[in-house]
Design a protein around this ligand. Structure first.
Ligand SMILES: C[S@@+](CC[C@H](N)C(=O)[O-])C[C@H]1O[C@@H](n2cnc3c(N)ncnc32)[C@H](O)[C@@H]1O
Length: 222
């Protein structure tokens, strides 16, 4: 397999789309209470970064229960997609309850293979999603396609520690990936081919640097 080919760097027990749907139909009811707190700073940092970027058309992939939706500037027009009906249902209720007029659509769709034409968005953002999708490299390729030249792609995620005790804990937790619905042993290389790994900007995010905000820019049009 070529180095840039999807799958080569993926965790051993990659979740398929049905496993993702099953995991998140179990998680949906308790997701905000269990995961909303620890991930709040990372989500806020990512949305603040989106708000600072030029352009109005924002794609949020793996929008989940819509925890980020209230934090976008009103000038940003948001399209959210997710594989899980149960998670999306909560996002829709949140958008309606808070009357979020800048949320254009919340759609059930696979982020690895969307229906959007090329260059449909100025920014794509994936928060705590890259380690959940069945094929992270395919996700990256699809986001590069639907974001315009010179547009931005942002990820915030937990990435495998490169050394120390956290590496051992995360490797041990990886055996539970199917029920967790994410991969504690998700490495940067699973998402980013070497050229993107070098070009990306990285910001460590609390608590305890557990998460990283990764920013990539599409090349400008020729
Ligand atoms: C850990 S949750 C993150 C939710 C939200 N981004 C947040 O910050 O709370 C991961 C979400 O990604 C969704 N997901 C996983 N694979 C996907 C795919 N291929 N396409 C679209 N959504 C996907 C799951 O259904 C789930 O809602």
């Amino acid at each position: 397999m070529e180095d840039g080919e999807p799958g080569r760097h993926g965790p051993k027990a990659a979740l398929d789309a049905d496993a993702v749907r099953a995991a998140y139909s179990r998680w949906a009811g308790v997701y905000d209470a269990v995961f909303g707190g620890v991930s709040a700073i990372g989500r806020r940092r990512a949305v603040q970064a989106v708000n600072r970027l030029p352009g109005t058309r924002v794609l949020e992939v793996g929008v989940g229960t819509g925890l980020a939706l209230p934090h976008y500037d009103v000038g940003k027009r948001i399209t959210g997609i997710d594989l899980s009906t149960a998670m999306l249902e909560r996002a829709r209720r949140r958008a309606a309850r808070l009357r979020l007029a800048n949320v254009d659509a919340l759609m059930e769709m696979d982020a690895e293979e969307t229906v959007f034409p090329d260059a449909s968005f100025d920014v794509a953002v994936a928060m705590f999603v890259a380690s959940v999708v069945p094929n992270p490299r395919r996700l990256l390729a699809e986001l590069k396609r639907v974001v315009r030249p010179d547009g931005h792609i942002l990820f915030v995620n937990h990435f495998l520690a490169e050394k120390g005790p956290r590496l051992w804990v995360e490797r041990a937790m990886a055996t539970a990936s199917h029920s967790l619905g994410w991969h504690p042993d998700f490495a940067f290389e699973a998402l980013l081919p070497p050229a993107d790994r070098n070009a990306a900007r990285y910001e460590s995010v609390p608590p305890m640097g557990l998460f990283t905000l990764v920013s990539l820019r599409n090349p400008p049009a020729l």
